[in-house]
Each structure stands twice: as structure tokens, then as C-alpha cells.
Design a protein around this ligand. Structure first.
Ligand code: SF4
Length: 375
């Protein structure tokens, strides 16, 4: 553990490095808690480069909490479309509505109030409060935990509750109380740029002289590997109808779905968004799909339907490895399905859709183009 003098030097060196070398990111140019919050939510599970255009578009349309709270949910999801993990967007809007209802549209500054908002855990609360309000809360997520574990040569599974608590205590001890916002960002920046998961660049590290992991020669082996949840293979088949005008049919986001779903639970796999008629299959995809469509559309003449197989789509949702077989079905008239909408197949992102649905649409468009070229 660092003594008082070492701790002061450690903090000074890391902060100076951060202030000199930090990347210029849009959310670093503000202390507005709304913007900090949005960036932190977007950066969960998403790389910085991918998040930036979404962040900017989102703020153009929803510049403050009031605008986000009042928007139709479909529009919020449409602007999130492509970022994945759509529960983040739903929670973001729910939280905005609570901020308007309970806090007059002002982002709350008390930890308890922030933690009571949907989708905000300890890490996000600490980030918003330290950067937006200068409160002394040390952040701890996987990125920071790796840095703290290497600095203290902490072994074992970092996500074990006791070890996580130890890491939080270490992070709290290291926190620079005079600039908690900059401090937290400095530790995050170190983890994102130098103290990366593979091959940490210790020679460039501003706090290398204090790093126990480096001294012991084990920095690269930390954190120790966690047991991964086994991957589950899921096979789906989807019907991509297309009429002569290039229109297709999408089903609405499923309602009242269980949060704890089975591995092949279709609403979860389409991120509870607009989607093609889809089912999980165990046998032959085309036969399963036609039986499913007949059941869904009992009065419809389906005998003449020809299912044209498009290229299969691979996609991953958490621990599930999905193989989706899209089938293009050219029809004169699109089937009428309760709650469904007709949209151009070439522009399905008019509605909020998941990446899986986008990939299915692309595969169907490619096979349609190929068929046209052969005619
Ligand atoms: S010395 Fe290396 S392992 Fe230690 S904090 Fe710096 S980059 Fe990470």
C-alpha cells in the first residue's frame, strides 16, 4: 500500500499525464450531468469510436432531460438502433421521465436519488456525480478494476463479491479528493489506452514505479481468467416478405416478455424490437417456418409461396451464438398481421430494429438483387 507521500506523487503523475495526453472526446468537453450520463450509458458494451456518432445524433434530437422524457419511445429506440442492448435506451428514457416527475428536470445530485433511477448502478452513479458535480466517488467497472488489480497485484476472479469490495476500497483510497471527476477519467483513460487487457504498455505508464503487478512481472496475467458461461447455439428461421413495390412486413416489439428468458426466446434475440416473423427451429428451417406462418396466418393462401433461402446470418447475443436462416417470400400482396407495419425492405431502419434484423434484411436484399440480375 502506498504511504502518504507516495500517494501524493502517484496522483500528481497520473493527473498530469491525463491532462496532457487525454483523448479529445465529445463528453470530455462538458460537465453537464445529462451528457455525462448519456455517454456512460452508451459506452457500456460499446466502443468509443462506435458511440460518438450516436451520442452526437442523440443529443441533437434530445438536447436535455425534458426532450428525452417527452419523446415517443419508438423515436428513442430508432436513434439507438444499431448500438444494441436496447434495455439501456428504454431505461434511459424511463429515468428521464422520473427526473422530470420527481426532480423538476434537474439531474439529482444525491447518491441515493441517482441510484434509484432505472439503469444506473454504482459505476454510472459515481461517474456522473464525480464528473458532473465534483463529488468524491471512485468509479469501478471492469476497465478500472483491471488497473487497480494490476497496481495492487490482486489475483483471482475480480468479480467475486469480496474481491470486488476490496478493489472498490483500493479505488476509494487512490481517489484524488480535489479533482474526483478528472481523477476517475484519468484512471479510465489509463485502462483504455495503456493498461489495456492484452499487452499493457508499462514503459509508457505514468505510474509504473508504483505498480506491484509490474514489479512482480505478472501484470499481463492480471486479471486472472474468469470461467466463461458456455456458448449456446441457437438456430432461427425468419420470413422476409417482399411485394412488387419492395415493401416488407415487420412485427411489432413483443409485449410483456419475461425478463429471464430461455436461450432461444425470440423476443430477447430480436432485442424486443420490430422484427421479421421469426421462430427458433431445431429441424429443417424452411419446413418449420412455413408451418409457423400457416399457424400465424390461418386464412391466407400460402400454397403458392416460394421460400427463397438467403445467405445465413451469424450473430451473437450475450452467450448465444445465433444462426439465422432468412427466407425471401415474394408476394403480390403482403399478408395482414395484427399490429404489423409495412416498410421498405431497403430501409427498415425507419422503425427501431436490432442488428440481427438488419442483417436478415441485407441477406434478403442480396438474394433479391441476384434473382433480378439473372432475369
Ligand atoms: S505499469 Fe503497466 S500494468 Fe501497471 S498500471 Fe501501468 S500499464 Fe498497468
Amino acid at each position: 500500500m502506498l504511504n502518504g507521500r507516495e500517494l501524493a506523487i502517484f496522483r500528481k503523475q497520473l493527473l498530469e499525464w491525463f491532462r496532457q495526453f487525454q483523448r479529445d472526446l465529445p463528453w470530455r468537453r462538458t460537465t453537464d450531468p445529462y451528457r455525462i450520463w448519456l455517454s456512460e450509458i452508451m459506452l457500456q458494451q460499446t466502443r468509443v469510436a462506435a458511440a460518438i456518432p450516436y451520442y452526437e445524433r442523440f443529443l441533437q434530437r434530445f438536447p436535455d432531460v425534458h426532450a428525452l422524457a417527452a419523446a415517443p419511445q419508438e423515436e428513442v429506440l430508432r436513434l439507438w438502433s444499431g448500438l444494441g442492448y436496447y434495455r439501456r435506451a428504454r431505461n434511459l428514457q424511463k429515468a428521464a421521465q422520473q427526473i422530470v416527475a420527481k426532480h423538476g428536470g434537474q439531474f439529482p445530485a444525491r447518491l441515493d436519488d441517482v441510484l434509484a433511477l432505472p439503469g444506473i448502478g454504482n459505476y454510472t452513479a459515481a461517474a456522473i456525480l464525480s464528473i458532473g458535480f465534483g463529488e468524491k466517488h471512485a468509479v469501478l467497472d471492469g476497465n478500472v478494476a483491471r488497473v487497480v488489480a494490476r497496481l495492487g497485484a490482486i489475483r483471482g476472479d475480480l468479480r467475486e463479491p469480496q474481491r470486488w469490495q476490496e478493489l472498490q476500497k483500493n479505488a476509494d483510497r487512490l481517489l484524488e479528493p480535489k479533482s474526483p471527476g478528472d481523477w476517475n477519467q484519468a484512471v479510465m483513460e489509463l485502462g483504455a489506452t495503456l493498461c489495456t487487457p492484452k499487452s499493457p504498455q508499462c514503459l509508457l505508464c505514468p505510474v509504473a514505479q508504483f505498480c506491484e503487478g509490474r514489479k512482480l512481472g505478472i501484470a499481463e496475467c492480471l486479471p486472472e481468467k474468469r470461467k466463461k458461461r458456455a456458448t449456446v447455439e441457437v438456430t432461427l428461421a425468419a420470413a422476409v416478405f417482399a411485394d412488387g413495390n419492395g415493401q416488407t412486413v415487420l412485427l411489432p416489439p413483443p409485449k410483456n416478455t419475461r425478463e429471464k428468458a430461455s436461450a432461444d426466446h425470440v423476443p430477447t434475440l430480436v432485442s424486443k424490437m420490430w422484427h421479421f416473423p421469426t421462430l427458433a427451429v431445431t429441424g429443417e428451417p424452411a419446413g418449420n417456418l412455413i408451418a409457423f406462418l400457416r399457424k400465424m396466418l390461418p386464412g391466407v393462401q400460402s400454397r403458392k409461396w416460394q421460400l427463397v433461402p438467403a445467405a445465413k446470418v451469424r450473430h451473437a447475443v450475450t452467450y448465444r451464438a445465433i444462426t439465422l436462416f432468412p427466407f425471401l417470400i415474394n408476394v403480390k400482396k403482403l399478408p395482414r398481421i395484427l399490429g404489423a407495419k409495412q416498410v421498405p425492405l431497403g430501409d427498415i431502419t425507419n422503425l427501431p430494429v436490432s442488428n440481427l434484423t438488419r442483417k436478415a434484411a441485407r441477406a434478403a436484399l442480396a438474394i433479391a438483387a441476384l434473382a433480378r440480375a439473372k432475369q
